[in-house]
Ligand binder design. Structure first.
Ligand SMILES: Nc1ncnc2c1ncn2[C@@H]1O[C@H](COP(=O)(O)OP(=O)(O)O)[C@@H](O)[C@H]1O
Ligand SMILES: [Mg+2]
Length: 157
C-alpha cells in the first residue's frame, strides 16, 4: 500500500490534533480504516479521539473482548472491531462480514486486521502506529484509491 505521509507526535494532545483532522475528513462519506501497531501503540486511543470529534456520546472502549463495538450516537455510525482474540478460522469468516462494514456513510475501524492473514478484499485506509517512547508515536497513513489518497493528503496539509 502507498504511504501518503508519516507524522511523529510527541503527546496524546498531538494525536488528538490528527484525530480531529481525520474526523473532519471522513465525516461526510465515512471510511474503512485498518489500524496496525503493537499492544499499547494507540490504536484504541486514536479511535476514541476520532469518535469524540464525531460527537459520539457513549463511552468508547476497547472491543478486544467483544470483537465489535458500535456507536450510533454521533455524526455517522461508527463500528470498531478488534480481531485480536479471533482464531484464524474466525477471522476468515469475519472477512465477509467486514465487507458489509465497508459501505459508504459508515466509519469502520479494525484493530489487528493483520490477523485476517490475507489481502482484505476492499478499499481501505491503513494507519500504522509505532511506539517510540511513553508519549511519542509515529503515525503512518497509507491508501491506494484516489478517494482515500485525497482524504489523507487533505489531512497532511
Ligand atoms: N501520543 C500518543 N498517541 C496515542 N496514545 C498515547 C500517546 N501517548 C500516550 N498514549 C497512551 O498509550 C496508550 C495506548 O493504548 P491503546 O490505545 O489501548 O493501544 P492499542 O489499542 O494500540 O493496544 C493509551 O493509554 C494512551 O493514552
Ligand atoms: Mg486496542
Amino acid at each position: 500500500m502507498n504511504k501518503i505521509f508519516s507524522i511523529t507526535v510527541n503527546s496524546l494532545d498531538e494525536t488528538n490534533i490528527i484525530a480531529e483532522k481525520f474526523a473532519k475528513a471522513v465525516k461526510e462519506k465515512g471510511a474503512f480504516v485498518c489500524l496496525y501497531g503493537d499492544i499499547g501503540a494507540g490504536k484504541t486511543a486514536f479511535t476514541k479521539l476520532v469518535a469524540k470529534h464525531l460527537n459520539v456520546k457513549e463511552k468508547v472502549t476497547s472491543p478486544s473482548f467483544v470483537i465489535i463495538n458500535e456507536y450510533l450516537s454521533g455524526d455517522l455510525p461508527i463500528y470498531h472491531f478488534d480481531l485480536y482474540r479471533l482464531e484464524n478460522e474466525g477471522v476468515k469468516t469475519i472477512v465477509d462480514e467486514l465487507t458489509e462494514y465497508s459501505q459508504d456513510g459508515v466509519l469502520t475501524f479494525v484493530e489487528w486486521a493483520e490477523f485476517s492473514d490475507m489481502d482484505l478484499p476492499f478499499d481501505r485506509i491503513e494507519i500504522s502506529i509505532e511506539y517510540i517512547d511513553e508519549n511519542k508515536r509515529q503515525f503512518s497513513f497509507c491508501a491506494d484509491s484516489e478517494r482515500y489518497i485525497e482524504i489523507l493528503e487533505g489531512i497532511q496539509k
